[in-house]
Design a protein around this ligand. Sequence first.
Ligand code: G5P
Ligand code: MG
Length: 227
Amino acid sequence: MAKLFRAVIMGPPGSGKGTISERIAQRFGLTHLSSGDFVRENIAANTDAGVLAKTYIERGLLVPDHVMTRLLLPRLEEMTRHSWLMDGFPRTLAQAKALNSTCDLDLVISLNIPYETLKERLSERWIHPASGRVYNMGFNPPHVQGRDDISGEPLIQHDDDKPEALVARLRHYKDVAKPIIDLYKSKGILHTFSGTETDRIWPYINSLLSNKIPGTSQADTQCIPMP
Ligand code: G5P
Ligand code: MG
């Protein structure tokens, strides 16, 4: 069996974690796991964890560590035969330590995007709640305004993309991420990408992963259609 590959993508809200994760999943066949999607699924299903998480998300706060680890670690433990990319977890040092005791990571991608760019992007973001499909009115608008491309159902804005919640999320990210970034740097697995456009960052990430993931060659990476 080919060696499994485990990666994490970190970055502030709106930095492009979800967009880049989808490209990585498509190009390299990793399973994309999104902590935000897990939380939203639990909110939609009205689970105990979901009801609790909603009170934090609405205020632009992180969901407590014990709730996140209880939601996510069992899921990862089931994935013993899959290569995966975790988007949005860990978000705190405590989560990073919990993850560390579950598995060894091969690589961590950290996105470093200017604050003004993030604010602009998130205020333009719309979601199809049933599928989690994400649109941006400037970057990747739906074919019909306000409607999901596949189902035709209405799009909505997340509560946590609304202005009050957004400012708190961006401010908080930097402080909390620093010790995690330092930890992964000290392990020699951190790769940071800076810029204002996903399309310009993507070729560098594509090239890095082509070199790191067994069986994926750089020659194949030249003509990947952008989703
Ligand atoms: P989430 O869902 O993980 P965030 O806050 O980390 O949410 P988010 O909002 O999902 O991050 P992203 O995935 O980094 O952003 O970015 P994205 O969705 O791909 O891109 C953002 C927008 O910009 C999209 O509209 C996209 O189309 C557009 N875009 C991308 N690239 C470009 C570009 O180059 N140009 C332009 N113009 N647009 C672009 O977490 C949600 C909440 O759940 C809780 C927290 O409360 C969190 O706030 N939570 C956790 N709490 C504790 N611990 C954890 N581990 C938690 N995980 C989630
Ligand atoms: Mg996301």
